[in-house]
Design a binder for this molecule. Sequence first.
Ligand SMILES: Nc1ncnc2c1ncn2[C@@H]1O[C@H](COP(=O)(O)OP(=O)(O)OP(=O)(O)O)[C@@H](O)[C@H]1O
Ligand SMILES: [Mg+2]
Length: 231
Amino acid sequence: MLRIEGMNTHYGASHVLQGVDLDMPQGRISAVLGRNGVGKTTMVKTIMGLVVQSGGRVHVGSTDITGWPPHRVAREGVAYVPEGRLIFPDLTVIENIQVGERKAGSAWPLARLLELFPSLRERAANRGSQLSGGEQQMLAIARALVSDPKVMLLDEPSQGLAPLVVRELARVIRLLREEGVTILLVEQNMKLAEAVADELHIMVKGRMVYRATPAVFRAEEETIRPRFLTV
Ligand SMILES: Nc1ncnc2c1ncn2[C@@H]1O[C@H](COP(=O)(O)OP(=O)(O)OP(=O)(O)O)[C@@H](O)[C@H]1O
Ligand SMILES: [Mg+2]
């Protein structure tokens, strides 16, 4: 569904992504793990067209979206939930969701989103700034869903959330998969990644170095973790 081949990205003279390959099967959850600063967010931003790619190709289904601007990538069905959520603090919950609306007849109309996220329904008239971290994360996902995406890019959604809220997040992510959404999950939280992902990938210095199912990863974890993940 989403295929990245040889993605290269520079910030000025700094060569951050050095040939990223990633093939995400439709309706699956692919998690990307990696230490701080290896380029995970840069990869997600490059897919969205927020950062210009200096080499390689990105396909959504059979469509080559390489070099497309963000609004066209979004229209092609790719939704982005950024690191830090970026909720509009002065808009209400409902208004924040409406920002993401693109067309009538979404598979995820407002009423369905409020059913999926009971905490948001209770807070519908509250402003973004009045929400807890967990509620803000759910709102960021709801805002992405209302655009009816084929592919959803989640950048560290569990950051700063209590374990109970992370479990709720896992429930939502699994439910999205059941609904056929293809998900790229960037995570530092191994527990969440292992709990929901169909495939785990590890990035080191702008390249993918490892790919396995969670079961295989668990069997190899003792050697893989110190080599690629812990500092
Ligand atoms: N706008 C920018 N301009 C210059 N360098 C940047 C920019 N954004 C990120 N970098 C650098 O690019 C590298 C990759 O950053 P990136 O944010 O993609 O890493 P990450 O894997 O998402 O890290 P984290 O786990 O901390 O979120 C880092 O060395 C970072 O300092
Ligand atoms: Mg990041």
